[in-house]
Design a binder for this molecule. Structure first.
Ligand SMILES: NC(=O)c1ccc[n+]([C@@H]2O[C@H](COP(=O)([O-])OP(=O)(O)OC[C@H]3O[C@@H](n4cnc5c(N)ncnc54)[C@H](O)[C@@H]3O)[C@@H](O)[C@H]2O)c1
Length: 256
């Protein structure tokens, strides 16, 4: 797939990995619709990225709003070639914590945003993408890229809800790729390690350095641009499908 001239939706596009992805895709000549709950950051991003970008405030778990959002995308762009799901939350809590037993609604909230939100966006995106003709001279009608985490494989103490949610994102990759193959839509997942996003950048430098030291090579946190670069490569490489790629400098997280 050529990125230039294509239309992508990026969730979580106001911050961190989503913002870096939107920036990268625009840089490659795509049009990008960023969606996020955070309208202040989203509007700042739109200003920074210019006329090829658009920001829409949207809760990815909202069934009615997401359906309407994709109707609007079709109306405004008459084309959709990809969805990059980066919206997510990553709270941590122990099953038997200092303040009591892990709240069930806290567990359900993580699953709702990270799994149901991802699925809610991709089901409508797949529907829209599937209805357009194959771009001339290309094999792919579209690509869907979801964001998991290394916590899907080596979740730490306190990450039972988060790890369960990211494990689900990994697990749905293959059945989605198998089903959507008939529409020439590929589905991939990226499982990032420790990324230098606003959350981690707010930690004291010595904590950031200690986290970086845990990475076999390179001994530093990953840059959001490196995630965005991988998104770009997945878009362009038609043979990548139905798989999860760890982007982690070979880190394997310890129990805590
Ligand atoms: N930063 C890391 O080290 C890291 C590592 C592994 C995986 N990840 C995953 O990468 C993704 C992006 O993380 P990030 O570090 O860029 O985080 P971030 O907090 O910088 O960005 C996430 C964005 O998602 C948005 N969001 C949250 N809930 C939403 C909802 N219901 N609807 C729409 N938008 C919503 C937030 O407003 C935020 O702007 C997440 O899924 C996260 O779990 C991050």
């Amino acid at each position: 797939m050529k990125i230039e001239g294509k239309v992508f939706v990026v969730t979580g596009g106001a911050s961190g990995l989503g913002a870096a992805t939107a920036t990268h895709l625009i840089g490659q000549g795509a049009k990008v619709i960023m969606v996020d709950m955070n309208h202040q950051l989203g509007e700042e991003m739109q200003k920074r990225l210019g006329e090829k970008s658009k920001f829409v405030q949207l809760d990815v778990t909202d069934e009615v709003a997401v359906e309407q959002f994709f109707k609007n995308v079709e109306q405004d762009y008459a084309q959709l070639n990809g969805l990059i799901n980066c919206a997510g939350i990553g709270p941590s809590a122990k099953v038997l914590g200092k303040n009591g037993i892990h709240a069930l609604d806290a567990f359900q909230k993580v699953l709702n945003i990270n799994v149901a939100g991802t699925f809610n966006m991709l089901r409508f995106a797949a529907d829209v993408i599937s209805r357009y003709a194959l771009p001339a001279g290309e094999e792919d009608r579209g690509v869907i890229i979801n964001t998991a985490s290394v916590a899907a494989f080596d979740g730490q103490i306190g990450q039972s809800a988060y790890a369960a949610s990211k494990g689900a994102v990994v697990a749905m990759t293959l059945p989605l790729a198998r089903e959507l193959a008939q529409h020439a839509i590929r589905v991939m997942t990226i499982a990032p390690g420790i990324m230098e996003t606003p959350m981690l950048k707010s930690l004291p430098q010595n904590v950031q350095d200690a986290l970086g030291e845990m990475v076999p090579f390179p001994k530093r946190l990953a840059k959001p641009e490196e995630f965005a670069q991988l998104v770009g490569h997945i878009c362009e490489n038609s043979y990548l499908n139905g798989e999860t790629i760890r982007l982690d400098g070979a880190i394997r997280m310890q129990p805590k």
